[in-house]
Design a protein around this ligand. Structure first.
Ligand code: C5P
Length: 409
């Protein structure tokens, strides 16, 4: 079990209302507890129809609260004001149309609403309802009122709804909600440094075409590069992301250039680099490409076949050659053996200012994982070791280190 430092002892009120998606909050509770947060579940009475308090109390390691009165005979009660002050974040998920209406109008007919009205912490809400309900003008108006007053909307996802209809209204997936909260913690550490910085990033794999249907590529998901790009955008940097094929989603403020081959990535990089303060080379660029790319699909003929490969441009090394004072280049190394020596060699050869070393030997690190364990090496030979963390946290560690190095090369 990993405890991510940013979540440690963070106090979360998870407020669950009566929608079919309430069961998904079991997964979110597990994610939050696993990350090290303290979770207090508050349910509306209707939510009990969809998921049991026993399940949530067990997963959150805390009794679930629903009623104002804790014990009728002794007169003990659940203090909504205390709960509202205790929390670092309140999340209302799923937020039904009924609860949204109550929130927007200050109604207070259950403990959950009293906690909401007493909360001084940031409030997140994740609506979930059927297609036409979510499109209704009154629901839209309520959501707009809530966001105008500083509540954070976690929008519903598009997909199949419990009614069988397809569209917007499905509760955002627990993993997505978790990431949204994580991004919120990270954005609390805002530094002005990035506000006037232009940053280029390469991310994802490249694809080297053999013929119109086949290519050579690698397992890179682009997760690490996108996590850094998204975090930089949130910190106010002007981010130019040159991305190979990836499923990841870039922040709306990022200028993204989609490429396929190493040659395309090279041409896009060389064009933007002279205008940038910082270049982060996180792509897993194919080192070789077929010498000839067939224009038609290659047919099966003999038992064996050979493809002649030629070297691709080393983007990082080329940028290293033209790097000027006031520019800072950061590279990545993924090594299976002799990690430190190989990474240090790359730092020199490619004229990096910092190199981030991923080890494939660590469980949970590297391709496709949501976690990563890194070391960062600088030109003075200093090596910093980091713990296994979520990729969003690793992104912040890398960003902090770049900021320090840029200011004190
Ligand atoms: O030599 P190696 O591929 O291990 O170097 C890794 C670093 O160099 C990464 O930062 C990667 O993005 C960059 N690189 C590049 N162009 C290449 C190969 C690697 O920019 N053709």
């Amino acid at each position: 079990m990993h405890t991510f430092s940013m979540w440690k002892n963070k106090k979360i009120i998870l407020a669950i209302t009566g929608g079919i998606a309430a069961y998904k909050m079991t997964t979110l509770t597990r994610l939050l507890i696993k990350a090290g947060a303290q979770v207090q579940v508050v349910m509306s009475p209707e939510a009990h129809t969809f998921v049991t308090p026993l399940t949530l109390a067990t997963l959150s390691k805390n009794p679930v609260l629903t009623d104002f009165q804790a014990d009728k005979r002794s007169g003990t009660w659940n203090n909504h004001v205390e709960l509202g002050l205790w929390a670092d974040i309140m999340l209302i998920a799923p937020a039904t149309a009924n609860t949204l209406a109550k929130m927007a109008n200050g109604l207070c007919d259950n403990l959950l609403m009293a906690v909401y009205l007493s909360a001084r912490c940031p409030v997140f809400f994740a609506p979930a309802m059927d297609l036409d309900m979510y499109q209704h003008f009154s629901v839209k108006q309520n959501i707009s009122k809530l966001t105008t007053h500083g509540n954070h909307l976690i929008p519903p996802a598009y997909g199949e709804l419990a009614s069988g209809l397809k569209g917007e209204g499905r509760l955002a997936e627990p993993e997505y909600i978790f990431k949204e909260l994580e991004n919120y913690w990270l954005s609390q550490n805002k530094s002005d440094f990035w506000k006037d910085k232009k940053v280029m990033l390469t991310a994802g794999p490249t694809r080297e075409a053999i013929d119109p249907v086949r290519f050579i590529s690698n397992h890179s998901s682009g997760k690490m590069g996108y996590a850094i790009a998204n975090q930089l955008a949130k910190l106010g940097a002007e981010v130019h992301l040159i991305s190979g094929p990836s499923q990841e989603v870039a922040d709306g403020n990022i200028k993204i250039k989609q490429v396929e081959s190493a040659q395309e990535m090279y041409l896009a990089s060389i064009k933007i680099f002279p205008q940038c303060h910082i270049a982060i080379l996180a792509a897993a660029v194919s080192d070789y490409t077929p010498a000839e790319k067939a224009t038609k699909k290659i047919k099966k003929k003999s038992e064996d076949m050979h493809i002649s490969l030629i070297k691709t441009p080393d983007i990082a090394a080329e940028l290293g050659k033209i790097k000027k004072q006031g520019q800072c280049n950061i590279g990545f190394a993924l090594e299976t053996d002799n990690e430190l020596k190989n990474a240090q060699g790359k730092l020199e050869r490619k004229n990096f200012d910092l190199i981030v070393l991923n080890s494939l030997q660590d469980a949970g690190a590297g391709f496709g994982h949501d976690t990563n364990r890194i070391k960062i090496i600088d030109r003075k030979g200093q090596i910093q070791n980091f713990a296994l963390k979520s990729k969003a946290e690793v992104a912040q560690d890398i960003i902090n280190q770049i900021e320090k190095t840029y200011q004190n090369p």
